[in-house]
Design a protein. Structure first.
Ligand code: ZN
Length: 259
């Protein structure tokens, strides 16, 4: 889970329109006003077309996305049944995958049992990762990790292990890059081809731990704590290859990391 910036209010979504849709819902005239196209789009964009809770990727309908990714639901942080006047309030809407919305959060009343709202709270103040498992740094984080099964190794981490430890996956990419960097630092003459390989590979690795990437909190936390990454950074600094591009990318990675 990463911090999200509040979505921009769509121009067509005036206060009068919000009141109208809310009234339609309360009177039973419109049972799903949150499905209004511009509301859905704004809410999905707010979490980079990912689930705001577990950060799995969802479909991006504005790109005519035909992938097998799940259609994201619009989750009401405060239950629409209990708080119908918040039914289309943008502060109350988050994109969530079907699993987080329908199987985990379900009918949880966030007023009675608060969980992290990633627009209001900063997840890194409440959640951490240790030995590949999420844990709560605070009661709010603990509750959130429990509800979304972020602490459950089988539920959450097996898919991430696959993501991280496949032959061509994250850590092997990092380890390969580490060796290339170590060789490069001893090489004479140093070739442009190797420099391109290093910068292209590092860019690709770091982009997988930025806000638009799936499971970015998890990826970013591990990247920054992985010893080979720190060594690669040291070598690139010595070789004057740690450019502004990587400084900026690292800021984005740090933003996502639960450290
Ligand atoms: Zn989810």
């Amino acid at each position: 889970m990463i911090k999200l910036e509040r979505c921009q209010r769509p121009k067509s979504f005036t206060t009068a329109k919000e009141n109208e849709l809310t009234t339609e819902y309360i009177t039973g005239k419109n049972l799903t006003p949150w499905q209004t196209a511009y509301i859905k789009k704004a809410v999905r964009k707010q979490s980079h077309y990912k689930c705001a809770y577990c950060e799995c990727l969802g479909k991006n309908p504005s790109n005519k996305d035909t992938s097998k990714l799940p259609d994201l639901h619009t989750d009401h942080y405060f239950l629409k049944k209990v708080y119908p006047y918040k039914v289309v309030n943008l502060d109350n809407l988050l994109s969530a995958c079907p699993t987080c919305n329908s199987e985990r959060k379900k009918e949880l009343d966030a007023l009675d049992e608060p969980i992290i709202h990633p627009v209001i709270h900063n997840p890194k103040e409440h959640l951490g990762i240790k030995n590949h498992l999420f844990y709560g740094k605070t009661a709010l984080g603990e509750k959130t990790a429990t509800i979304f099964k972020l602490k459950n190794f089988r539920e959450h981490c097996l898919k991430l292990m696959e993501l991280l430890f496949d032959d061509n996956a994250y850590y092997s990419q990092l380890d390969k890059l580490h060796v290339i960097c170590q060789n490069y630092s001893q090489e004479t003459p140093k070739t442009q081809e190797t420099r391109n390989t290093i910068t292209d590979s590092l860019r690709q690795i770091m982009q997988q731990a930025t806000p638009t990437a799936k499971y970015s909190a998890y990826m970013a936390t591990h990247l920054l704590q992985y010893p080979a990454y720190q060594d690669i950074k040291t070598i690139l600094n010595q070789e004057q290859l740690w450019t502004n591009e990587f400084i900026e990318l690292e800021k984005q990675v740090s933003f996502c990391a639960l450290i």
